[in-house]
Design a protein around this ligand. Structure first.
Ligand SMILES: Cc1cc2nc3c(=O)[nH]c(=O)nc-3n(C[C@H](O)[C@H](O)[C@H](O)COP(=O)(O)O)c2cc1C
Length: 198
């Protein structure tokens, strides 16, 4: 089977489209991911994991602070995905016009979302081009918007329903990310998460 067909099959393993926020020395940021999954079956030890590429500004913000907030989004939150997932926070304050507060861990919690999980990093795994962050869920809540919660935004829904004028930028962003990942994916490092006991 060719790489393109394999990649299309792997897309069935993408998850809901989530917003991941972070804060470092006063700078607040948010990005979009479709690689978050539940990482614990124990209700009293809630955990999730998410892959963040190293070229994203959020990567180092999360690595340096050991905390992030992961938000499930409603199926209608296309504008937020566009705002956070198509440009980097290095050059602009992407949360400037997005209503939010700092949560219990000090990272931004967005008012308008389906639900949010405030996470403390419990461990990391290096993939060469990205880091898989394992998060201990410390606080959970629903969005404060008065709109009915409806369905959760999935990657398949986003790809199928995104406005046509965004598609070229989306594809271009993806190609650039794939080039970066191709060059780095085989360079896997043994990464010791400093939060773990020696
Ligand atoms: C639908 C969608 C899914 C994405 N999934 C991921 C992902 O799983 N991991 C990742 O690192 N970036 C992902 N991205 C790309 C980042 O959101 C994007 O590069 C963003 O601009 C990073 O912002 P930052 O540099 O401010 O951190 C996705 C973007 C979109 C639109």
């Amino acid at each position: 089977m060719g790489p393109t067909e394999t990649y299309q099959l792997l897309r069935h393993l993408t998850s809901p489209v989530v917003a991941v926020t972070s804060e470092r020395t006063g700078k607040r940021n948010g990005m979009i991911s479709d690689s978050a999954v539940r990482a614990s079956i124990v209700p009293t030890i809630p955990r999730l994991s998410v892959y963040i590429h190293k070229f994203n500004f959020s990567h180092d913000m999360i690595f340096d602070t050991g905390r992030f907030v992961l938000h499930l989004l409603r199926e209608d939150q296309f504008d937020l995905v566009h705002r956070l997932g198509f440009v980097s926070g290095r050059a602009r304050d992407k949360l400037a016009d997005v209503p939010h507060r700092l949560g219990a861990l000090g990272a931004p919690v967005l008012d308008d979302c389906y639900a949010h999980f405030e996470c403390q990093v419990a461990n990391v795994m290096d993939t060469g081009s990205s880091t898989c962050f394992l998060g201990d869920v410390k606080e959970v809540g629903h969005g404060t918007a008065s709109v009915a919660r409806g369905a959760v935004m999935t990657a398949a829904h986003f790809r199928a329903q995104m406005p046509a004028e965004w598609r070229a930028a989306y594809e271009e962003h993806l190609v650039q990310a794939q080039r970066f990942a191709e060059a780095r994916s085989r360079d896997i490092r043994a990464t010791v998460w400093r939060g773990l006991p020696p």
